[in-house]
Design a protein around this ligand. Structure first.
Ligand code: ATP
Ligand code: MG
Length: 773
């Protein structure tokens, strides 16, 4: 198969020039990932050994897709030996292989964010610190930041800069917490996500002969989404590439969106310094999106000061303008988006999987879920409280974890009394204290019983604890002898978990039971696939897959025809025919922190995030905002996002959805009136009062509002800055009214006006078209 034919000239060059360091910096949708994929295929075709190629992706899903494509070109039997995966999965594999050197058991556990959080909480409590000052979330991100910058607990304690920062945040004890946290993880035979990178770095630092082995092994290293690597990742790659120097990194500085997790744009600049002989490849043609989408995205990102200049153009159709949906409330936003999906599906025969709804924060998903459910539109959510984070699932997984690695304290604490077996909190606390004092895991304490009983447990309790020990040991044996599915099923049954959930006939109880069944189905699938492909099929192998899931990987039913709901962050690298970017209000997107203009850098990152969101769309994009939204249980009034205002208006259209109410309620009728959606401001039909429409707040249509500020639209308005409290004004639709209050600063200056015929309204002055009477 001639895969080189599927590349344009610059892509072709970037694929075939495989020697030496290469930097491919190019805009969204220009084929960076494609080039990386084909470059690997090309290397293999030229005789490179698959096991000598290391390819790092941002998600497991991306790695899977790349591997599939490469398999199609070079055959599965070659592709399967590639070292291809996320940083975490690849370096986990390496650390397992080298576990003895770093003093960990081979089956060490991976603590997920909630395990870490719970351990940090325990430590804060144990130190008798106030958890209002020492918020576990903040402490955990300080520790994570330290790890990603390769600051060990010892170095942290001596680093005056971080100590000073902690002091100014009134958390001088973080160094102590970090130290204790690291110690307890070690005693539990556990690593958190950041450890995977930190320990790899330490391993390479302390054991040059091991580093040397991998330096020799990997003749070619390739990294996708390089703009989002952090320092720890940067250093690993740098060290590994020393020998062969065949390193190819691919990225787009305009899509760097993970600085909060320690990603550094500087890594791109460092690359140029580290490899003075590097070649730079530029890809300029976007193959993903219509011209309108590409140009609109360019018009936004141009506002960022910090960026590497580059051209991105599309030769696809001009395409439709981007539609702005202005909603009165967040609920209405959900309603309108779902309606738009239903209507465009009928008109243009899109499938559900052609749509994505992208939001800034996970909490926004609920509104869209409800709206889609009401219309019976199937959807899937990525991230948030994923399947594997549900209580019942975590409980069963904790059994699995403990069986594989009995030192795992967090797993043990979760299930030592679940289902209830009479081992209460007091007993557990005694066991834990004794373990901490003896510097061993809780399991080790339990193993020494009954002879070793420093916590003076009574006979009855000891018997219960020993019974629990026996149960786990029994399972551990089963796990060695059986495949993942048989082991999991036995555990679910013999622990009594299945029975307990089954006997709970409440809706919640039933759904928990179903979830466990679903987990077992998943394990069965894993086991069957593993057998078929000749991979190990034990429970520990299944557990490994689960531990490394990223936000993008939580889709259990990937193939199904469903609308995708995800945060913009997890949409990176993906593409959909139709994309809704929702919640475009200042203080939400851009986030409150960035909106407050405290940091120009934070605002630029939000702008890059918006650029990522918009450039996911292939054919159509919608931008929506709501004027009122519930935040933390309180009604909040928002203004349209500055990104809406910044965007070159030639690419925007107002929303026409439901402009005529009867037609909008009836999709079939709507379908028979295709011209209906083309109505522009002047042709729009009058809106009937009382209908769920967004006409009476801020501005129903941003585009209309923008026009209001331009002369010659028929209704001459006055300079918004001249409008003062107490004035009588006239509004084109609401008629005469009195200005009660003026708030805010331009461009977000708002007026509260009481209209004789329309009642009290809050208006964004810039858009409100007011005439002074
Ligand atoms: P992002 O910045 O979003 O990660 P990217 O630069 O990695 O984007 P790809 O995902 O590789 O871009 O490509 C975008 C789309 O364009 C894909 O659907 C890809 O198949 C298609 N594409 C890339 N190059 C070509 C080409 N030469 N001919 C046809 N289609 C192409
Ligand atoms: Mg890509």
């Amino acid at each position: 198969m001639d895969y080189l034919k599927e590349l344009n000239k610059s892509q072709h060059e970037a694929v075939v020039e495989t020697n030496g360091p290469a930097l491919i910096i190019a805009g969204a949708g220009s084929g960076k990932t494609r080039v990386l994929t084909y470059r690997i295929a090309h290397l293999l075709n030229q005789g490179a050994r698959p096991s000598a190629i290391l390819a790092l992706t941002f998600t497991n899903k991306a790695a899977r897709e790349m591997k599939e494509r490469i398999s199609e070109i070079v055959g599965e039997n070659t592709a399967r030996y590639l070292w291809m995966g996320t940083f975490h999965s690849i370096f986990l594999r390496m650390l397992r292989a080298e576990h003895e050197v770093i003093g960990y058991p081979s089956n060490f556990t991976i603590y997920d964010a909630s395990d870490s959080r719970s351990l940090i909480k325990t430590i804060i409590k144990g130190f008798q610190l106030d958890d209002k000052t020492y918020k576990p979330g903040v402490v955990s991100s300080r520790i994570s930041m330290a790890k990603n910058n390769l600051i060990t607990p010892q170095a942290y304690a001596q680093n005056s800069e971080v100590r000073l920062a902690d002091k100014s945040m009134r958390m001088p004890a973080i160094a102590e917490i970090y130290k204790e946290y690291a110690k307890r993880c070690f005693l539990s035979g556990a690593m958190d996500f950041d450890d995977l990178l930190l320990k790899t770095n330490l391993l390479f630092r302390d054991r040059p002969e091991i580093l040397e082995k991998y330096q020799q092994r990997f003749t070619h290293i390739l990294v996708d989404e390089y703009q989002d690597t952090n320092y720890a990742q940067y250093l690993i790659i740098k060290k590994l590439a020393v020998h062969h120097k065949n390193i190819c990194v691919v990225g787009d500085d305009a899509q760097s969106i993970y600085s909060f997790r320690g990603a550094r744009i500087e890594n791109i600049l460092n690359f140029q310094k580290d490899y003075p002989s590097h070649k730079i490849f530029k890809l300029e043609q976007n193959y993903r999106s219509t011209q309108t989408i590409v140009n609109a995205a360019n018009s936004i990102i141009a506002k960022n000061k910090r960026q590497i200049p580059k051209t991105v153009f599309s030769e696809k159709d001009r395409g439709n303008n981007i539609k702005v949906i202005s909603a009165l409330t967040d609920n209405e936003e959900g309603f309108l988006v779902a309606q738009e999906i239903a209507q465009t599906q009928l008109r243009d025969h899109y499938r559900n999987l052609d749509y994505a709804i992208l939001y800034r924060t996970n909490a926004q998903s609920r509104i869209f879920e409800e709206a889609l459910r009401k219309r019976n539109i199937p959807y899937k959510i990525y991230g948030g409280l994923s399947f594997y984070q549900r209580k019942e699932i975590k409980d069963l997984l904790a059994y699995f974890r403990l069986i594989i690695n009995p030192w795992d304290n967090e797993a043990l604490k979760r299930i030592i009394n679940y289902p209830a077996r009479g081992i209460g909190q007091t007993t557990l606390a005694k066991l834990e204290t004794a373990a901490v004092n003896a510097e061993v895991s809780i399991w080790k304490m339990i193993s020494g019983m009954p002879e070793n009983n420093p916590m003076n447990l009574n006979k009855g309790i000891i018997a219960k604890v020993l019974k629990f020990r026996g149960l786990i040991q029994g399972f551990a044996k089963i796990a060695i002898e059986n495949d993942a599915f048989d082991t999991a099923k036995t555990i679910a049954e013999e622990t009594g978990i299945l029975k307990e959930l089954y006997s709970d006939k409440s809706t919640e109880g039933l759904s928990r039971h179903d979830n466990i069944q679903e987990l077992l189905n998943g394990i069965q699938e894993f086991t069957l696939n593993a057998k078929e492909e000749g991979r190990p099929d034990k429970l520990e192998n299944f557990l490994e897959d689960v531990a490394l899931l990223t936000d993008q990987d939580t889709d259990k039913d990937e193939d199904k025809d469903k609308v995708t709901l995800m945060t913009v962050h997890s949409a990176k690298g993906l593409e959909f025919k139709n994309v809704f970017v929702v919640g475009l209000e200042d203080n939400l997107f851009p986030s409150a922190q960035a909106s407050e203009k405290k940091s120009a850098e934070a605002l630029e990152e939000e702008r890059r995030l918006f650029y990522v969101a918009l450039t996911r769309a292939r054919e159509n994009a919608w931008l929506s905002y709501a004027s009122q939204r519930y935040k933390w249980g309180k009604l909040d009034f928002g203004s349209p996002s500055r990104f809406l205002i910044e965007m070159d208006e030639q690419y925007l259209d107002g929303d026409e959805i439901g402009g005529s109410t009867s037609a909008s309620q009836n999709p079939f009728q709507q379908q028979q009136v295709p011209g209906n959606r083309q109505i522009t401001g002047s042709k729009r039909q009058p809106v009937t009062p009382g209908i769920r429409r967004s006409t009476d707040f801020v501005s129903r249509k941003l585009i209309e509002a923008r026009k209001a500020n331009q002369p010659g639209t028929g209704f001459e308005s006055d300079d918004p800055n001249k409008i003062m409290q107490g004035m009588t004004v006239e509004h084109q639709r609401f008629g005469e009214g009195k200005v009660l209050k003026i708030e805010g600063v331009p461009p977000n200056k708002k007026a509260t006006v009481f209209f004789k015929n329309a009642g009290q309204k809050q208006l964004l002055l810039k858009f409100a078209k007011l005439k002074i009477k």
